[in-house]
Design a protein around this ligand. Sequence first.
Ligand code: PGA
Length: 250
Amino acid sequence: MPRKALIAANWKMFKTPAEAKAFVAAFLPLVAGHTRDEIALFPSPVLLPAVIEAAKGSNVAIGAQNIHFAEEGAFTGETSLNQLQAVGGTHTLIGHSERRQYFAETDEIVNKKLHAALKHGIVPVVCVGEVLADREAGKTADVLKTQIAGAFVGITAEAAKPIVIAYEPVWAIGTGKTATPEIAVDAHKIIRAEVAKLLGAETAANVRILYGGSVKPDNAKTLLGQEEIDGALVGGASLKPDSFAAIVKY
Ligand code: PGA
């Protein structure tokens, strides 16, 4: 069975609740009846209730950009999976490169978050990707394998079924420098082979691997048309309804 693509919007630290609601009101009609791909929005925590309410009953799922792995506790500034679920969120990003770069998120933390999300039945989108220095030093494959192996510690093939992986080369995020389809496909193959090594060929064949990094309406088709690329995680170009809808409908 072919893998159903997921086209996801990472809004990062943008939009007020009013702006987010206006986005959803404009966006839903543009993608109404679109069933070829799954669609998800990842807004800041403070926007989640408004966005979930606005998207209720639609073909658009809503998730968090980050969650804490603990059930609850004294973790100032964090959001728990229970809190996400209580407001109706169904997905979460884990280990986005900005979390790794600016908030010291390690593979070990990513692994704890992945276990916690799976335990709660929240769909995890685990982000991996090399920085420019890694790529220039020929270390891309090593970095990707380490990040995947680190994220998947203690995860069984059965538990792994809902997991989505996003390949996001850090040098392509927010820079306008999109990976060529060849670069993205090569990286996806490395990731899929690592998943096969850890969890078997069937899990590897079924896991969805998204590409992220300067995806725009005008390059979406070349990237998403590749058999290895099972969707996109879109930052900047997901902030406007028409631009994100154009990517969804590439
Ligand atoms: P970008 O961000 O599309 O703005 O490059 C992608 C991401 O960080 O998920």
